[in-house]
Design a protein around this ligand. Sequence first.
Ligand code: FMN
Length: 215
Amino acid sequence: MKIEIGKEFPEYFKPLYPEEFDLFSHFEVTAGIPTVLFAVTTWKENGQPNICFHSWSCFHGDKTAFFAVMGNLYQHTHTYANILREKCFCINFLPISHYENLVETIRHNEYEDDEFASGNFTLSNAGTIHAPMIQEAFISMECTLKEVQDLSGAGVTAMVIGQVQHISVEEEYARGYQKRYGKEGFMMLVPAPQDLVSGEPNQSAIATVNIEKYD
Ligand SMILES: Cc1cc2nc3c(=O)[nH]c(=O)nc-3n(C[C@H](O)[C@H](O)[C@H](O)COP(=O)(O)O)c2cc1C
């Protein structure tokens, strides 16, 4: 038997906190699809470096180009304004051991804040674009802005597509599976899977990748 969930908000869904379903679609917690977590780094207009913890994304391309598709960036963030102004950004993949440092950059999110200092991260400059990078990242991608689209048209979020110009990989992570997957590798977000029978909410979870087999 399938449980069917449509566009109408299921009234039996209980929020984990009062504003949950003002912020997120009920489809998000219906599906609970994991995505990789990373940090977007940009310059603020006042010259301070900015960090944004981000999850809703995918990465792909063809023979001619490779893209970072950030499917859902809030339009109220500094990052959104910075990307529109600078036309570029860096994507930094960090292991789960840096989770709390990244949350610190959300706690200290004023315009005047140096968010590298807030998160205790080391700044290096991207080589091909005007953006700061996180030295502690095991992979960093330098992206130029390709396209921005407000998918829902509600003025709340936007899909921001970057074209990857350059990738830096920490040497310890450069040898295939070693380190890149598991506890020291990619960090994933599992969005709070709702109990679709009782409507009870759940917490979201932070995960790492466990390789099951090779193809
Ligand atoms: C685990 C986690 C994942 C997040 N994913 C996103 C995301 O995908 N898109 C987004 O706009 N904000 C996301 N956020 C919220 C931003 O990190 C937050 O709004 C941040 O303060 C924005 O920074 P800025 O204003 O300096 O750009 C996430 C937060 C956390 C804790």
